[in-house]
Design a protein around this ligand. Structure first.
Ligand code: NAD
Ligand code: 89V
Length: 342
C-alpha cells in the first residue's frame, strides 16, 4: 500500500519532533512543508530533505496532491488553517492548545464534520507509555474501583527559552500544560461534572499564571486533583514527568518520579520501571514527550487507514478544552463551575 502523503504547516520548535516521528513511521511521509518564516522553512526543509516548500498554506494546498495535513503552528492560526484544510476536504491534525476559545474549537469540529474529514488534536500526553501503563492497570482492575486521584506536574524547568511565546500570553500554565494533565484526568477517570480552580503567578518575568490547582468531580463519583506548576524547585528536576496517585477500593497505584510505578493491589505489591525508551533522535529530558509524538502519529495512520475516530479527535478534545475554560472561570470568580454551563 502506498504511503499516505502528508504536508506539515509550521516548522518551529516542536515540529521537528513530529517530522522525526513521521520519518520513522511506515505508512506515511511528509512530502511538503509550509512556514511563513523563510529561515525556519529552509532550515527544517534541509534537515529532513523535503524539497516542496511554501510560505503560504493556501498555495501549498492548491499545488500538492495530499492525503492529510499536520498543523504544528501556535494557537492563533489553528482555526483559519483547520478551516482552510477542511475546505480542501483533507483529514487534518491540529496541535494543542486546539483553539483560542471554545467557540473556535466547536467551529473547527463542525467545519471538519461538514466536510466529512477526520480531525485529530495532537494531544500527546495520554500517549506517553507510562500513562498508557497506568490506564491498563486501572482497566485490568488491579486496584479495584478508583475513588480518589491526583495528576501532578510540578517543575522549575526553564520552558521559556525554547518557547518564548509562553511568557507573553494572559493565559499560561493551564492553557499550555494543564490542558495535557486535564486530558490525562479525563482519559483515566472519565468525564467531569464540576471543577474548582485556584491559580497564582510566582515568576515576575511572565504575564500569565504559572501555578494552578484544580479539583474535579468526575461523573463516576471519583474526585481528582490536577495540579501543575513551573515555579517548583525540587532537588531532582522532574521535567516533563506527570506523577499520578490513585486510591482504589482494593488498593493503590503510584506513578512516582523517574517513572517508578508501585501498585499495591489485588495481586500484592508490584513495582515497575516505566522509563520510556530513548528514540534515536530523542534528547533527555524530552524523550518521554518525544516517544508520545511517535505513538499519537502511529495512531493517526491506523485511524486513517481503518476509518476509526482518533482517541483525541476534535470532538473529544472539546471536552478537554472545556475544562481549561472552566478552570480559568473558576480561578477568576472563586466559584465552582458546573461543566454543563461551558
Ligand atoms: P514555534 O513558534 O516555534 O513554531 C511555530 C511555527 O509556525 C513558526 O515557525 C511560525 O513561523 C509558523 N507559523 C505560524 N503561523 C503560520 C501560518 N499561518 N502559516 C505558516 N506558518 C506559520 O512554536 P512551537 O513551540 O513549535 O509550538 C507550536 C505548537 O505546538 C503550539 O501550539 C504549542 O503549544 C505546541 N506544542 C506542543 C507540544 C506537545 O507536547 N504536544 C510541545 C511543545 C509545543
Ligand atoms: O506541550 C507543550 O507545549 C510543552 C510542555 C508540555 C513541555 O509544556 O510546552
Amino acid at each position: 500500500m502506498a504511503d499516505l502523503r502528508g504536508a506539515l504547516i509550521g516548522c518551529g520548535f516542536f515540529a521537528v519532533n513530529q517530522l522525526h516521528a513521521w520519518r520513522d513511521l511506515p505508512g506515511a511521509s511528509i512530502v511538503a512543508l509550509c512556514d511563513r518564516d523563510p529561515a525556519r522553512l529552509a532550515l527544517v526543509g534541509d534537515q529532513f530533505g523535503i524539497a516542496s516548500r511554501y510560505a503560504d498554506a493556501a498555495e501549498m494546498l492548491a499545488g500538492e496532491k495530499l492525503d492529510f495535513v499536520d498543523i504544528a503552528t501556535t494557537v492563533p492560526s489553528h482555526r483559519p488553517l483547520v478551516e482552510l484544510v477542511a475546505r480542501h476536504r483533507l483529514p487534518v491534525i491540529c496541535q494543542k492548545p486546539f483553539a483560542l476559545s471554545i467557540a473556535d474549537a466547536r467551529a473547527m469540529v463542525a467545519a471538519c464534520a461538514e466536510a466529512g474529514v477526520p480531525l485529530m488534536v495532537h494531544e500527546n500526553f495520554r500517549w506517553q507509555s507510562p500513562i498508557q501503563a497506568v490506564k491498563a492497570e486501572i482497566d485490568g482492575g488491579a486496584i479495584g474501583k478508583p475513588f480518589w486521584a491526583r495528576v501532578s506536574y510540578r517543575s522549575g524547568y526553564d520552558i521559556f527559552s525554547g518557547q518564548p511565546y509562553l511568557a507573553t500570553g494572559e493565559r499560561f500554565i493551564i492553557e499550555d500544560l494543564g490542558i495535557h494533565t486535564l486530558d490525562i484526568a479525563r482519559f483515566l477517570f472519565g468525564e467531569v461534572r464540576s471543577l474548582t480552580a485556584r491559580t497564582t503567578r510566582v515568576n515576575p518575568a511572565i504575564k500569565g499564571e504559572d501555578v494552578a490547582t484544580m479539583l474535579l468531580d468526575h461523573a463516576g463519583g471519583l474526585t481528582s486533583i490536577v495540579d501543575c506548576s513551573y515555579a517548583t524547585r525540587l532537588p531532582v528536576e522532574p521535567f516533563p514527568e506527570t506523577l499520578i496517585e490513585i486510591d482504589g477500593a482494593e488498593g493503590t497505584l503510584r506513578l512516582g518520579q523517574s517513572y517508578r510505578m508501585v501498585v499495591n493491589g489485588r495481586d500484592g505489591l508490584r513495582e515497575r520501571d516505566l522509563s520510556p525508551p530513548l528514540l534515536p533522535w530523542a534528547t533527555r529530558p524530552w524523550h518521554n514527550v518525544q516517544e508520545s509524538v511517535l505513538a499519537i502519529q502511529r495512531h493517526w495512520i491506523e485511524c486513517l487507514r481503518g476509518g476509526a475516530e482518533p482517541a483525541t479527535s476534535g470532538r473529544d478534545n472539546v471536552a478537554t478544552f472545556a475544562l481549561v475554560d472552566a478552570a480559568y472561570e473558576s480561578a477568576r470568580t472563586g466559584r465552582t463551575v458546573d461543566m454543563s454551563t461551558i
